[in-house]
Design a protein around this ligand. Structure first.
Ligand code: GLC
Ligand code: GLC
Length: 827
């Protein structure tokens, strides 16, 4: 069942009913000011930091869900409704939400009145702007009353939800019924009297007939819900001024509309800061200096201003997405690659893991491993910002090459609460830097001085950070010659040294046994893949000896994986604290785990190619992948391990805390499915790779939206696995490493266009279902037009003709900036 459809030409997802199985959201903003916006106008806004500078309230985990947003109440001759359906929930004759790139439009129609609201955060502005167009579509004149509504958050979102003994006394607003640009404005100024230099403004471009800023007055007392709001029902604003309790902003307007007539209003929610000496407009320090807000409101004084800002935003996105695009015979593939997967990568870049409908914006910092992997998905979109991100991340690395697991985006410092000890972390830095250098050719970044642990004076070239990353892993090996796992590897929940028995204790931070010798085959596979990347970078620096040394170590690790790391039909997952194998056929549960199968084969471990170009069925790589399909395959994607644990295993940790089929315990963790997709392309089975791809890609799941439940245009972190009673149901959409890895899998391996150290590699492996396609790739200033004719036969590899000349191999030398290169690939 679908609840909408893609509009590919407009790059929008069109939701045609309010009754989706969960709120389906969009993100507005790409610089400093951000809003989360559900299809029914729920969500909230913040400036830079979702915890410290929250502008509006949202009530997570509420009943009903999606509580809190920016609403517009309509009173049409006594009939009260909200065009976003929520909060009044009056039936609508027509409903539509269009989520576009950085903007959304919500339209509701009832009783011959149509209200269409376009929401955006304009480029260069710290504000959410709404253009509301009210149209009388009936054949009689109408008198319509409008009441806007939003509730302010008292800045610190965590304190706002907990510290009521203080907070219910401190709320303050100022009201300006006539602004210089001809409208009205309400200013939220809680704590401005003391140490805050910032305020929020909720303005509208035309003078109203009244306002309200006190929530109880607007709703009609403490027991009324938003659906029952008294002011819209009475049709008369009360001009209430909040004093403590719950400050809100509501502007009231009255419109007389002839049949067919439209009227547009502009609402602005902005964030402004003043310098200390310019805080006040009066000597008594009672009136805020509003010059910043006045300028903002003047910039959006007419609907035409909003239209122009929307146009600029569309151009910005069109430009951003132009560096990789595909035209194929499969519209779902095209819309994932050209629009939605890249869009999600960009949102993940902006948000990290902070604010979604599953992340409250008051939790985690930026993950060291997460940020490096995210980078692989957005480096082609914003290479300069990727460079800055790399330097930020590397600056938190510790001198021995290990890493803080998280850092705080505002201070850019390592987070002591979580600390270090996740032994996969260091190698992800090599992944991020290699991805960046391949994309940009900016080898100079390796000479950039970067400190350890942000300590001034400790700066060494970025290259030296990579050396320490590798050295850390090489010098932390266990009894089988595999890397020690530490607190965990990629799988945060595989805690082999934790032995936690205290209820509620965090597995990520609990004190670990210090004599632990538990080892990870995942880190071993990671070392093979990124050890090779390290060697490639070393060669770019002319360090052939260093490269050779790294490669020889990598060769040993490949061997170790195939011996100590091999169970018989697949790779083991780990050795636990006691030296017992994890992920072995010999154990009743958790026999086979996805991570090492995908990652090791992706790194080429156990790949043996026969004369026909096909990897042999008896090679460890193919056996591992066949085992994955057999044990982990489901209609909804590959589960993380199987069978899931049915009881708590103290020596394994958090993984066994989840009920079977959820999250890391047998859930379909979409982040690691692309490793298997890429692995299948490595062994030349593009058909299987593309099959795995389609099972989790949201556009292909659109028709089962009633099962999947979450947005059909972005990936979720997890889909419930086969042992869960709700198999196929997704959770945790938007902010997940799934976005980056799936983009890497589809763009670089299925479609097969990927930057290498010295050329653009064209090596598609997508199977017979996509018989032909073209890719346009803009890279290092040059444009590559690639036309692929694809038999889809297993094992066949592309023969390339570059500007009319056949070449050997599959790497096209980089062309000078400004040129266009035409490539045909036949396989
Ligand atoms: C979450 C974390 C990520 C981790 C994954 C598996 O997505 O953000 O760091 O690798 O879970 O546990
Ligand atoms: C829990 C989750 C895991 C996530 C971690 C972040 O362990 O299961 O997915 O990575 O929390 O701290």
């Amino acid at each position: 069942m679908q609840f909408g459809h893609f509009d590919d030409a407009a790059r929008e997802y069109v939701i045609t009913t309010p009754h989706t199985p969960y709120p389906w959201i969009n993100y507005l903003g790409s610089e400093q000011f951000f809003s989360l916006l559900s299809h029914q106008a729920g969500g909230y806004s913040f400036y830079r930091d979702a915890k410290m500078r929250r502008l509006t309230r949202y009530r997570y985990n509420n009943v009903p869900t999606d509580a809190g947003g920016r609403y517009l109440y309509v009173n049409d001759g006594g009939d009260v409704w909200t065009p976003s359906w929520l909060p009044v929930k009056a039936d609508l004759d027509h409903f539509e939400t269009r989520h576009g790139l950085g903007y959304s439009t919500i339209t509701g129609e009832r009783g011959g009145l149509r209200v269409e609201t376009t929401f955006l955060v304009p480029l260069g502005e710290n504000a959410e702007v709404q253009k509301v167009v009210v149209t009388n579509v009936s054949d009689a004149p109408k008198s319509v009353k409008l009441f806007s509504y939003l509730e302010f958050c008292l800045w610190n979102a965590s304190d706002d939800q907990t510290n009521y003994q203080r907070n219910l006394s401190i709320g303050e607003v100022e009201v300006e019924e006539a602004t210089p640009s001809g409208g009205s404005a309400i200013y939220h100024r809680t704590e401005y009297r003391e140490r805050r230099n910032h305020y929020a403004v909720a303005g509208v471009n035309e003078p109203g007939v009244g306002f309200d800023t006190d929530r109880d007055t607007f709703l009609g007392g403490p027991y009324a819900s938003l659906a029952e709001a008294a002011v819209p029902r009475a049709g008369v604003a009360q001009n209430s001024v909040a004093s403590g309790w719950y400050p809100i902003a509501s502007h009231a307007h009255e419109l007389e509309l002839a049949p067919g007539e439209s009227h547009a209003l502009v609402y602005v929610l902005g964030y402004e800061e003043n310098q200390d000496e310019e805080k006040w407009a009066d000597d008594a320090h009672q009136v805020i200096n509003k010059s910043g807000a006045h300028a903002l409101l003047a910039r959006f004084a007419t609907p035409a201003h909003v239209d122009a800002a929307l146009e600029r935003l569309r151009e910005y996105w069109a430009d951003l997405l132009s560096s990789y695009s595909v035209t194929s015979t499969d519209p779902k593939l095209d819309r994932m690659v050209n629009v939605w997967n890249q869009y999600q990568c960009m949102v993940t870049f902006n948000m990290s893991r902070s604010a979604s409908f599953f992340e409250t914006g008051i939790g985690r910092g930026m993950g060291f491993r997460d940020s490096n992997q995210d980078l692989l998905g957005f480096v082609h979109l914003v290479p300069e910002r990727a460079r800055e991100r790399i330097i930020d991340i590397a600056s938190t690395q510790l001198p021995d090459g290990s890493a803080y697991h998280q850092y705080q985006p505002l201070t850019k410092r390592g987070n002591d609460d979580v600390g270090s000890g996740f032994n996969d972390d260091p190698l992800w830095l090599i992944a991020g830097v290699a991805g960046y250098v391949k994309e940009t050719g900016d080898v100079g970044i390796l000479d950039e001085p970067v400190p350890f642990d942000n300590s001034p004076g400790s700066e060494v070239p970025l290259w030296e950070h990579l050396v320490r990353s590798l050295t850390f892993t090489r010098t932390h090996l266990g009894p089988h010659g595999l890397p020690l796992i530490g607190r965990a590897d990629w799988n945060d929940c595989l805690n082999l040294n934790a032995f936690s028995t205290q209820p509620g204790e965090s597995f990520q931070t609990t004190e670990n046994r210090t004599d632990g010798q538990a080892e990870s085959t995942f880190i071993a596979a990671q070392l093979v893949l990124y050890g090779e990347e390290f060697a490639g970078l070393a060669q770019l620096r002319g360090l052939d000896d260093v490269a050779a040394d790294a490669r020889s170590f990598v060769a040993d690790m490949r061997q170790t994986l195939l011996t100590a790391g091999w169970d018989g039909e697949w790779f083991l997952r780990a050795y636990d604290y006691f030296g017992n194998p994890v992920g072995t056929d010999a154990s009743p549960e958790g026999k086979i785990w996805i991570e090492p199968q995908g990652f090791a084969v992706m790194a080429g471990v156990g790949v043996e190619v026969g004369d026909d170009g096909v990897s042999t069925a008896t090679s460890p790589a193919v056996r591992a992948l066949d085992s994955v399909a057999e044990h982990l395959g489901t209609p909804h994607g590959l589960v993380l391990q199987h069978p899931a644990y049915t009881t708590y295993q103290v020596e394994l940790g958090e993984v066994s805390t989840y009920p079977p089929g959820y999250k890391e315990n047998g859930g379909i963790f979409c982040h690691n499915n692309p490793w298997v997709i890429i692995a299948e392309t490595v062994v030349g089975r593009g058909d299987l790779a593309f099959d795995h791809y389609r099972r989790i890609a949201p556009a292909y799941r659109e028709e089962i939206s009633e099962v999947h439940k979450l947005e059909p245009y972005v990936y979720a972190q997890m889909i419930a696995g086969k042992e869960a009673s709700r198999a196929g149901e997704a959770k945790n959409s938007w902010l997940t490493g799934t976005a980056a890895w799936n983009f890497v899998a589809v763009s670089q391996h299925l479609l097969g266009v990927r930057p290498g150290f010295d050329g653009l590699v064209v090596d598609p492996q997508i199977g017979p279902d996509v018989p032909s396609f073209t890719v346009r790739r803009v890279l290092r200033g040059a444009t590559y037009e690639i036309e692929v004719t694809n038999s889809g036969r297993r094992g066949s590899r592309a023969a390339l003709v570059v500007d009319g000349v056949a070449i050997e191999g599959r790497s096209v030398p980089y062309a000078p900036a400004g040129t266009t290169v035409r490539i045909t690939a036949t396989l």
